[in-house]
Design a protein around this ligand. Structure first.
Ligand code: DOR
Ligand code: ZN
Length: 355
């Protein structure tokens, strides 16, 4: 029998879905991502959402300042900015974003679907057709939080229903629009993305690859495993693992790392979001190793995303080594702290070197 791989060197990876927040929290978390990734798609769901190119450029500046304060060399990490789609996003704003060279996607949050989504879209085709038309024309990707918000729909079915009610009509109306189905969580989503015609892709988080919904309730209610879309059944996790490790170019890495202060997670009405920026590649390597597919990690983490977004692959490498990595219990974050996913547990892979 061949001995299992003990080190793995891949092209430097990118995170195609990340929440960095703003202000003091941004200062606390940005270095974690920069240690792991060369670039990241920065989600726009700040308390005051990033709805214009001007706001995106100002946020980008604050990210550069935070990187500078953290002692990260200029150019070592590039934030890829996004706008937050609203019922009022104009075609002119899309053109401006596209011409900026700094904005790489526009995010659809169905109003009320998740954290800071109140300003999100109420009726995609009814209210946003001009913006979608301009996006299709300019090649600007639509990044989709793919869950319906209809309270009559069971929480665990919201992604599957979204495909029927929103994704299919959207893609029929705008067949050339680039669409990223963010944080895919179900076998229905995997099947849809695999088979859809046209430029469709999906990001997959490390937590949806590693855990099913039992993790939320193991030994009691565990708020640090709560995110949206929520963890699903084991059969869905298996479909996600199969897709991520298949080498198919439509699937790529997006952590959806979403820091919340410890006290707002360990709460009677806890916030959704798992903090994985600190140990993302260790988590993904552990997940790929469980199915003996480490050879497919580079495509998923470093090659498929840039190909879809039309960007160059990174220079440089990241080397992972088999060995114990103990996840810290908590990390300082602004005036509070953040509890990373699977705090206190040990992973089987650790980062050994970067070049
Ligand atoms: O779990 C989540 N947290 N899902 C989202 O869609 C948003 C995110 C956040 O911003 O906290
Ligand atoms: Zn997200």
């Amino acid at each position: 029998m061949q001995s299992p791989t003990d080190t793995l060197t891949i092209t430097r990876p990118d995170d195609w879905h990340l929440h960095l927040r703003d202000g003091a929290v941004l200062d606390s978390v940005v270095a974690d991502t920069a240690r792991q990734f060369a670039r990241a798609i920065i989600m726009p769901n700040l308390k005051a959402p990033v709805i214009t190119t001007e706001l995106a450029m100002a946020y980008r500046q604050r990210i550069f300042q935070a990187l500078d304060q953290a002692g990260i060399a200029q150019g070592a990490f590039i934030p890829l900015m996004t706008l937050y789609l609203t019922d009022n996003t104009s075609a002119a704003e899309v053109v401006k974003a596209s011409q900026s060279g700094a904005v790489h996607g526009i995010k659809l949050y169905p109003a009320g679907a998740t954290t800071n989504s109140d300003a999100g879209v109420t009726d995609l085709l009814g209210r946003c057709s001009a913006a979608l038309e301009a996006m299709q024309k300019s090649g600007m990707p639509l990044l989709v939080h793919g869950e319906v918000t209809d309270p009559a729909i069971d929480l665990f079915d919201r992604e599957a229903v979204f495909i029927d009610r929103v994704m299919i009509p959207l893609r029929r109306a705008f067949p050339e629009l680039k669409v990223v189905f963010e944080h895919l969580t179900t076998s229905d989503g995997v099947d849809y993305v695999r088979e859809a015609e046209g430029p469709v892709a999906a990001t997959i988080t490390a937590h949806h690859l590693l855990y099913n919904r039992n993790a939320l309730f193991q030994g009691g209610i565990r708020p640090h495993w709560y995110c949206l879309p929520v963890l699903k059944r084991e059969k869905h996790r298996l479909a996600l693992i199969e897709a991520a490790t298949s080498g198919v170019g439509r699937f790529f890495l997006g952590t959806d790392s979403a820091p919340h202060p410890k006290g707002l997670k360990e709460n009677a009405c806890g916030c959704a979001g798992c903090y994985t920026a600190l140990h993302a590649m260790e988590l993904y390597a552990t997940a790929f190793d469980t199915v003996g597919r480490l050879d497919k990690l580079e495509a998923f983490a470093s090659l498929n995303g840039p190909a879809f977004y039309g960007l160059a692959v990174n220079q440089g490498t990241l080397t992972l080594r088999r060995g114990n990595y103990q996840i810290p219990a908590e990390l300082p974050m602004a005036e509070s702290s953040v509890v990373p996913l699977a705090a206190g547990e040990t992973l089987g892979w650790t980062i050994a070197a970067q070049s």
